[in-house]
Ligand binder design. Structure first.
Ligand SMILES: [Ca+2]
Length: 506
């Protein structure tokens, strides 16, 4: 009896030691990628130290600095890998990597843990079933956690408000008034230099130009597809509205109202660095600064999405959910603990901690609720970016409330861009939801889609330029060739994925 008690006491000690190492030592191993140009070190970064204080969960790190190295390493992981970590953070998992590592048994299904251990994320997913469906695998598992950010970069139609004022015109509201504005830009010398040097609207390639088709009620994803509110997937490419929209674009092209070099020169080639001469009346771009110096930002406004038949519809490029930012492996002894850690990032506090640090330390809060950095220039880099926060171009898991972006008052250019993006986002939606494909579906799409994509790109371009005159015959041939190349199968694959997505929302 005494021996048993002694053994029990020894075991108890072991357990309490293990628990203590969870408080102070590195209980879990985290692997991830940080591409910050300052080579931030996660071992000394204040974000992880503060998270440890707040959650009692600590990590040692296998930190990568190069996205390609990280990706190659991830793809080689097996359940037996000697360097298999407990979690992947800033994991940058592509849908294919997530699926493969899950099927291989490297990543585990987090779904059974979320409700109990992640109250912040659970509340968001309950409130937004579409977000939950977007991160749900074909078999119902949730393998990787997302970054949720309702205001992301989008392709926006910007208009030069100085030119509108010079011509005493209002911003366009539909295809007809857009055409009228472009004509006035071309002929009315709005930059007042006495020369015919205005480019009414600039764009880069057919991909950009397709965004103008929202003026004919058309939005499509990059597979040329649209999913209606009932969950039915179709292609707008062969509709009458599409034909009318292409005819309209051809008219703009023939009149010289859209940039003649739009199909041939890249964005960077047409970027203007001269601060004084501005050639562009309108531009399709995520930011005015793609084409113009940042001093021009205040002279452009986002065009409110144009109306067609009384309503406006606009494509959201990235949606609200970026999947694949955090995952747990089969090696992790306590998934609940690491998920409780991650759940902090789905609160407003956690959002600030990861991206802005602490109030009074790295940022300050104004009486009106706006926030700004406590440092500027080199100090901002040294004391904030390198040592206290973890943002870079690799998505950090968590939730970025719109208010976090709207309340940033440190840079008027950024503030204006956010305001404009919020306005466009209010009438934007993804043409098709963010879905997950099975291995078979993904492989089949990779096989049949590229030639169809090329055919669509060329055909639409030639309809716009008139190299292919748009007639009953050429339109019928376009439709027939799309079918021949396998567009119906593409639609079928997407429909199956959307059906599962709709199921996962319930
Ligand atoms: Ca001029």
């Amino acid at each position: 009896m005494r021996r048993i008690c002694a053994l029990a006491a020894a075991l108890l000690m072991l357990f309490s030691l293990a628990a203590a190492s969870g408080e102070d030592g590195a209980a879990f191993v985290m692997a991830g990628c940080d591409t910050s140009e300052y080579r931030r070190d996660w071992n000394s970064n204040l974000f992880f130290a503060r998270m440890r204080e707040q959650t009692g969960v600590s990590f040692s790190f296998n930190q990568f600095y190069n996205k390609d190295d990280f990706s190659a390493w991830k793809q080689g992981l097996t359940p037996d890998s000697a360097d298999l970590p407990d979690v992947l953070f800033k994991a940058a998992l592509t849908p294919g990597e997530t699926r493969t590592l899950y099927e291989r048994g490297v990543l585990i299904d987090l779904r059974p843990y979320i409700q109990e251990n992640m109250p912040n994320l659970w509340a968001l997913l309950e409130e937004h079933p579409n977000w939950k469906a977007s991160i749900t695998q074909p078999d119902g598992a949730i393998v990787a956690l997302p970054l949720i950010c309702p205001i992301q970069a989008n392709n926006i139609l910007w208009v030069n408000t100085d030119w509108l004022s010079a011509l005493q015109m209002e911003a366009p509201t539909d295809a007809e008034s857009l055409t009228a504005v472009l004509r006035a830009f071309k002929t009315g010398d709005p930059n007042r230099n006495g020369r015919d040097d205005e480019v009414p609207l600039t764009f880069t390639g057919m991909w950009d130009l397709k965004w103008l088709l929202h003026a004919y009620g058309i939005i499509m994803n990059d597979y040329g597809l649209f999913c209606d509110d009932r969950g039915v997937v179709t292609t707008p490419l062969t509709t009458d509205a599409m034909r009318a929209g292409l005819t309209w674009l051809h008219g703009l092209w023939s009149e010289g109202l859209i940039d003649a070099s739009g199909f041939t020169a890249g964005e960077s080639l047409r970027r203007v660095t001269d601060e004084t001469t501005v050639p562009y009346g309108m531009a399709l771009s995520n930011s005015v600064t793609s084409y113009l110096p940042s001093t021009q930002v205040s002279h452009y406004a986002a065009v409110s999405p144009l109306e067609y038949g009384g309503t406006a519809v606009y494509r959201s490029l990235l949606g609200e959910v970026t999947p694949g930012t955090f995952a747990v492996t089969c090696r992790c002894s306590d998934p609940a603990a690491v998920l409780r850690w991650a759940d902090r990032l789905y609160s407003e506090e956690g959002c600030f901690l990861a991206r802005s640090g602490l109030e009074g330390e790295e940022y300050t809060l104004g009486s009106d609720g706006t926030w700004r950095w406590a440092y500027a220039g080199d100090d901002l880099v040294r004391k904030v970016y390198v040592t206290a926060v973890i943002g870079d171009d690799i998505p950090v898991p968590g939730y970025i409330p719109v208010s976090y972006q709207e309340r940033y008052a440190g840079d008027p250019v950024v503030h204006r861009q956010v305001q404009q993006s919020v306005m466009v986002a209010e009438v934007s939606r993804m043409p098709c939801p963010m879905v997950t494909f099975t291995k078979e579906e993904a492989e089949r799409l990779a096989e049949i889609w590229p030639p169809i994509a090329r055919y669509i790109e060329y055909s639409l371009t030639w309809f716009v330029t008139g190299d292919t005159p748009l007639t009953d015959e050429t339109w019928a041939a376009f439709e027939a060739e799309l079918t021949e190349l396998g567009m119906p199968e593409v639609i079928g694959i997407w429909q199956a994925a959307v059906d599962r997505y709709e199921e996962a929302k319930r």
